[in-house]
Design a protein around this ligand. Structure first.
Ligand code: SF4
Length: 836
């Protein structure tokens, strides 16, 4: 049996969210492998995290734009899916063509942060690839890695063949070209050519444990790659549109790389330097193009510090104006207090307000100056005040705990800021919510704090509890990520090759998804440190300047000497520090224009109640490409399609406007259909061109069958339907006569009692009254079942009763919903489009 069929029969029906592994999303590319170098890009975390990562979309697009390469994707499979793979002995496979990982020429990992490392090993293992480079054969793919965590590659040195350090857009093509043109050569020769011809490559096997080159063709230092221009061709016109829910559903567009600020704790600042801003017109053009294809409801202007983009006010205002009619909002993930203008907030709030985060980082100006986060208290308060004035009701504050030189005075400073912002909020109408995140400080390689000691977990916890318990505002919601997980991240992040053994042991003991609180198991790590005799306590102590750092051969931007000077300067700076005294602690709020009590409700200039003829019912269906999308995924995807068609759909009012849509009864997962319903309420009279526009943007595999204007404003369609008919092939039942007998037995019985899970309860129910028809023709089973309040039966419940031991097999087949309809009191059948 080929892998595709094996997956259909043994994998997809048995995993919780099959849509995460099925691929087929609009924007994906499938190429024939003949004559091409095949590359698999792996994001070693769940689909919903990885598919939101812009870097993955960029690399996928760039590599696939060359005829001589093909690029497919893979994400870490969840615990339930891994169990099925291991039980059935199925190798890991790509999303695009369900191709075995092992059969690719090269496999590249994005290392987003250190806690995905056990997933990297697990993915290699599930693919049948030896986890250590030295154990791999000529037949195994070459394993690459890059991304932010690769700036200290040593913890994964034994497992990765090639690290690429820095901007990967051009470097990956150079590497793949060498692998392609030298495909007949031995692996070692290919690696030699890569290190000789491609800048910014680190091949651990060519260095000894003291990081000394073993061969004269290997560079002494690896310089990080910087692409001077963020070229237009790096970004896809048709981004991949996820079919199942992901963490960021919005369209993210990079506007700038690098950050002009120089915060001393931050690794992203120095490693992504220099600042490269994209041209405003090019950004707008790209967003318009991508929006046509993605139908997202929000566009995020991505960069490390978006408010430092030179034309941010103009860009945000221009986009807000363009997209407001389609209710598409503009979002900026990272705004620096003090750099946010009223114009910018006006643009961002135009359609819907996403959360506003103020990253204060430290509680006092003294500590902020020490870490070179040059933000005054005044700037923080002014930003909060402006946000409240513009209608924000929720503000998130972000602080780090355990920064070098932090004292309880700095912790008191956090509460002073929280209290002040709470006071400012009370001066504006409406209820305000302030959420405070306290994140443990993690010293990062390539920063002036890279030598600093880590505060022990119990002390960080004490400080967090101190802030929480001494907060004068009771309503504040405090959040703090796992202290131990931050500690571990810091230890691995600053670790050398010896940490690789620890990572391997944790993986062998079942450690995976260590970045997820529910799976993180610190005891496993502690045991592994003890097992390998790695002194955990030693790893959290300060590192002497004289010590060679594990990442010392990676050169990025400023020299080690400069970082040392920066670190030393902080000590002198501390002595010289004089706190600024605010003359007037009152923030400059416009009191005259302030409102108290309830604010006036904004009257939106559109008809509040749609005339009924503006409601249109569409009958749509989907083929097997979309069968692994659940009901909510269908809803979100159809919303995207409506936005792509730019239909004048009506929205609800309020802070978070949503489309006025209603759907028919949910289609079970794994089913195709030709009878699904969506009612769309339009702002204007319905015109036939609207249906045409909708059809134009529908991707292959989705079909609109019919449409009609709904005149009645009465009951929802779902509450009126009471029958659903299904068609299910039963070719796998060897003895059809036996099946016919079972059908007859059920139809001639008065009751059929089944068990149905309802929340935490299991209910015993008689579903026989909801089975209206059942027949077998050739190899197809037809059944009509009850729907809705009058009594219903799920197709799976009937099949379980009918097929008994063969029940599992039905999951592997093509199941189809044929018709939804109503039977009235007189027993007359009313077709879907005839229901008012
Ligand atoms: S502003 Fe943000 S991204 Fe820039 S250096 Fe500071 S912390 Fe890093």
């Amino acid at each position: 049996m080929n892998l595709k069929n094996l997956l259909e029969q043994k994998f997809f029906p048995y995993v919780i969210k099959p849509g995460r592994y099925a691929g087929g999303e609009p924007g994906t590319i499938q190429k024939k492998p003949e004559g091409k170098l095949s590359y698999l890009h792996v994001f070693p975390d769940k689909y919903e995290i990885g598919q939101s990562y812009v870097g993955l979309q960029t690399l996928y697009h760039i590599i696939n734009s060359y005829d001589r390469f093909l690029c497919e994707r893979l994400f870490a499979v969840d615990i339930d899916a891994e169990e099925v793979l291991r039980k059935e002995n199925i190798p890991l496979f790509s999303l695009e063509t369900s191709r075995e990982v092992k059969s690719f020429d090269a496999v590249g990992f994005t290392l987003s942060f250190e806690l995905v490392y056990t997933n990297v090993l697990n993915i290699l293992d599930l693919s049948g690839i030896p986890i250590k480079s030295k154990d791999r054969s000529e037949e195994d793919p070459i394993i690459l890695a890059g991304g932010p965590a690769a700036y200290n590659p040593e913890p994964l040195a034994e497992f990765i063949d090639i690290f690429f350090i820095g901007d990967g857009e051009e470097g990956i093509i150079e590497i793949l070209d060498i692998l392609h043109t030298n495909s007949e050569k031995l692996k070692k020769e290919k690696l030699k050519l890569v290190v000789q011809q491609v800048e910014s490559v680190y091949i651990p096997a060519f260095y000894d444990n003291d990081l000394q080159p073993l061969f004269d063709f290997v560079p002494e230092y690896v310089k990080s790659r910087i692409e001077p221009d963020l070229k237009r061709e790096y970004y896809p016109e048709k981004p991949i549109v996820p079919l199942v829910e992901v963490v960021h559903e919005h369209l993210s567009v990079e506007i700038m790389r690098g950050c002009p600020q120089g915060c001393r704790f931050c690794q992203a600042g120095p490693v992504y330097r220099p600042v490269r801003m994209r041209e405003i017109n090019e950004i707008v053009e790209l967003i318009e193009t991508q929006m046509k294809f993605s139908g997202a409801e929000e566009v995020t202007l991505l960069s490390l510090s978006s408010s430092d983009y030179a034309e941010i006010d103009n860009l945000a205002s221009m986009l807000a104006r363009k997209f407001e009619p389609q209710k598409i909002s503009v979002n900026l993930p990272s705004l620096r207090p003090g750099s946010i203008s009223a114009k910018l907030l006006n643009a961002v709030k135009k359609v819907r307000k996403s959360g506003l985060t103020i990253s204060a980082e430290a509680g006092t100006e003294r500590l902020r100056q020490f870490i070179r986060k040059d933000i005054t208290d005044e700037a923080i308060f002014d930003t909060a005040s402006l946000a409240f004035e513009k209608g924000w009701t929720t503000i998130k504050l972000y602080f780090m705990i355990g920064l070098p030189t932090e004292t309880d005075k700095d912790l008191d400073g956090i509460n002073r800021i929280v209290k002040k912002i709470n006071d400012i909020g009370m001066q504006f109408p409406g209820r305000k919510t302030i959420n405070v995140t306290l994140s443990p400080f993690v010293p990062k390689p390539h920063t002036p704090f890279q030598w600093d000691e880590l505060i022990p977990a119990d002390e960080v916890l004490r400080r967090v509890t101190y802030v929480k318990n001494s907060c004068p505002v009771r309503s504040i919601q405090f959040k703090y990520p796992s202290v131990e997980s931050a500690l571990l991240q810091a230890i691995i992040g600053r670790g050398g090759r010896e940490i690789g053994k620890v990572i391997q042991t944790v993986f062998e003991n079942g450690g995976k998804f260590e970045g997820w609180n529910e799976y993180f198991d610190f005891e496993k790590w502690k045991d592994a440190f003890v097992y390998h005799d790695v002194d955990f306590e030693q790893l959290i102590k300060p590192i002497p300047f004289s010590q060679t750092l594990p990442w010392s051969l990676i050169r990025k931007g400023v020299s080690v000497e400069h970082l040392q000077k920066e670190r030393q300067r902080t000590s002198t700076q501390l002595k010289d520090y004089t706190p600024k005294i605010r003359e007037n602690d009152e923030s400059d709020i416009d009191r005259q224009n302030m409102q108290f009590g309830r604010s006036k409700k904004k009257i939106v200039s559109q008809s509040v109640v749609a005339p009924t003829k503006n409601r249109v019912r569409f009958i749509w269906g989907k083929d097997s490409r979309y069968k692994y999308m659940g009901h909510l995924d269908n809803v979100k995807f159809l919303e995207r399609i409506i936005r792509m068609a730019k239909l004048p759909v009506m929205y609800s009012q309020g802070f978070n406007p949503s489309m006025k849509l209603s759907f028919g009864p949910p289609l079970p997962l794994g089913f195709t259909s030709e009878t699904e319903i969506i009612d769309i309420t339009f702002e204007t009279n319905f015109m036939p061109y609207m249906a045409e526009k909708l059809k134009e943007v529908l991707p292959d595999g989705l079909t609109i069958y019919d449409a009609k204007i709904v005149l009645s404003k009465s009951k929802s369609i779902s509450s009126q339907l009471n029958r659903a008919s299904y068609r299910i092939p039963v070719t796998y039942i060897k003895n059809n006569e036996k099946l016919s007998d079972r059908i007859n037995t059920i139809l001639s019985s008065d009751s059929l009692v089944i068990e149905r899970q309802k929340k935490s309860d299991i209910l015993k129910l008689d579903i026989r009254p909801a089975i209206y028809e059942m027949s077998l023709t050739d190899d197809t089973l037809y059944m009509t079942l009850g729907l809705g309040e009058g009594g219903y039966a799920k197709p799976s419940e009937v099949l379980q009763a009918l097929l008994a031991d063969d029940f599992d097999l039905y999951l592997t087949n093509f199941m189809h919903r044929e018709e939804l309809f109503k039977v009235d009191e007189s027993g007359n059948k009313i077709k879907l489009l005839d229901i008012e």
